[in-house]
Design a binder for this molecule. Sequence first.
Ligand code: HDD
Length: 753
Amino acid sequence: NPVKAAAEAVAGKLRGDAGPPEGVPGRPSPGTPTVEEPTEPTGPLPPKPDQSGPDTLSPTGQETGADQADVAQGGEYLTTAQGARLYDTDHSLKAGERGPVLLQDHHLREKITHFDHERIPERVVHARGAAAHGVFVGYGTASDVTRAAFLGKNVRTPVFVRFSTVLGSRGSSDTVRDTRGFATKFYTSEGVFDLVGNNIPVFFIQDAIKFPDVIHAGKPHPDREIPQAQSAHDTFWDFVTLHTEATHHTLWNMSDRGIPRSYRMMEGFGIHTFRLVDAEGATTLVKFHWKPKLGVHSLMWEEAQLINGMDPDFHRRDLADAIEAGAYPQWEFGIQTFPDTPDQTFEGIDLLDPTNIVPEELAPVQPIGLLTLNANPSNYFAETEQVAFHPGHLVPGIDITDDPLLTGRLFSYLDTQISRLGGPNFAQIPINRTHAPVNDMLRDGMHQTAVHRGVAPYRPNSLDGGCPFQAGADTGAYIEAAVGIPAATKSRKAPASFADHFSQPRRFWLSMTPPEREHIISAYTFELSKCYEQAIKERALRVLANIDTRLCEEVAAGLGLPAPAASEALAAVEPSPALSQIGRSWPLDGRVVGIVAGPDSDLAAVRSLRDAVLEADMVPLVVAPVGGKLGEGEDAVTVQRTFAATRSVEFDALLLSGSVAPGSDAPGARDAKVGHAPGAGRVDPRVSLMLSEAFRHGKALGAWNDGVATLRAAGVPVEAPGVVTADDADAVLRQVKELLALHRVWDRFPATV
Ligand code: HDD
């Protein structure tokens, strides 16, 4: 069962086993010698089979015939960058053992100089990211609206996807409240197509000229450079309340969408309206969507904060572990389509305004392909860091619209890559190389790695045989859609239709369920409480009053301020149920189930529970007082987490077996830690903490036999929703699986708003 093998591999990785089981990527096949500290010179290790990068083509489209890893590292011996073999790399060349270091030590200077230049500027936004390789398979369902070859039926296209946070630096935490980037590079047969989107379908601003401003406001304050990766500060709230077009995006950020459970459980959006062009040149306006197979799920705010301390790499680790285990995340690609009318509106919604969505109830998302991420990068810097996305990387059949945010992006991304990657030849970096043949007339420049032939990089020419030739519509040329531009007068103005900043946020608010509304209220209250300026808090409340009276009143109460009245009539909008994350059930793949056990637990039951969790494609982690094994001999159960080294936030559900009395770990520590000797009827306080947190976070809890008494002793209300007690572990797991499919026990949250 490959899925079980994959889940076992996740569990193995989490508990630090040698690696995934056979047949799973990353595991050496039988007969592969294990390489340990070689004593004889050997060549470099081959790349792991699941880590091969995109096919390697030279910038002129010729196959290099060599894997990049082989090009980067070869031969048995350590060398300089020029290939001279070295006999020592640990000692500088000195005049005598105690004498001064000599300037003539080329190896020393080369090594240090290279090191000094190892870092490149981090991305000005989206600096922290994680990425994966994968494959996209077209369904062919878009072929009547676009001639894009990669959307044809069963066409397989390699992809590289980078997820990111926006505001934080490269070393910041994963689970901060922020928008997430979702950028996809399709290496299509007709050239690279980049869809550079986010997990939120709207943007803060309507015109790219304000992008430096919104980012200056969101980034840490320029005097002390705090806070890192946070929007909870004065400049952010100053900006978004003065530029009320930001209201919609800000509301999404304050909702659960701002703290995803996993990159694997996020939607993605192209945001702008794009224009598809069919084989006859007819055009259709579209919005792009990515729908995750695992559903859209979020963390609780307290969980997110705890994870930032426990495991700042939570999302990055989650993605890499899942892929390494063979639990490949998938998204369905979809489009909403709209007629390409001169006014570019749909049901009164301006399609050129990137602060607008079109509710799925009005324009359903039609599936057009499937994305599967199936390989981790081999090298973070070479791939995840150096990948260069650009909304202007388009292929025939996909064109742009006049959304003023998109137009500015078409300039910005090319420009930023030049400074970030050190010159105009970044398209030659392996991760950025197209898989289509390249025959451009671009020449020279920093970091040129191609050896161009011929003497006439201009056309027409009579010296290089007139090459390269220009293509036409029938030979696959990218031909811009022939759309008219209305007669106009130059002006720095937004259209009147861009002035409605509140009806769309109101629709979002009205579409939320009570727990989701509670979370939004708490998020606004938390963030605004962190602002020092009273005037900014008051202004923020005036904005909220224009979304919803109750929302404004609740946040005002939290801030201890009076709730202002709305300055304009609240819009009469219909909710869009598709916007809520609650109410559907989803696959359990990769959900993490903690099994809390102690030395006196029924280990046979723990073992079979663990197997049953694996069987359900989930990840079981046995949590015990100390590491190693519980029990002895064949009956032993491997412990993956200790009470001291874990916290509830690692788990989606917690199951309790037997009693876990305090003080059952290291003898010297126990009395000091818990203040009393081990004793029946008591619960280790770290377990009590885990249970109370998990309960508070709406997670499924389960116990059988003695475990039920332990739950009670830990203070868990066993009659509460989502607390499963039964006579045997099987029955517990059955019910817990049903709860997990809903992500959380939503009934545990009182419906107050
Ligand atoms: Fe941007 C990076 C998404 C507006 C300028 N952007 C960047 C990335 C994502 C987005 C996902 C990271 C790509 C990666 O992983 O390398 N950006 C968006 C979306 C926008 C948006 C969805 C609005 C709909 N961006 C936007 C504007 C501008 C920029 C209006 C400038 C006028 N964005 C950049 C940039 C970045 C970038 C400065 C930083 C690093 C990079 O491009 O490669 O050029």
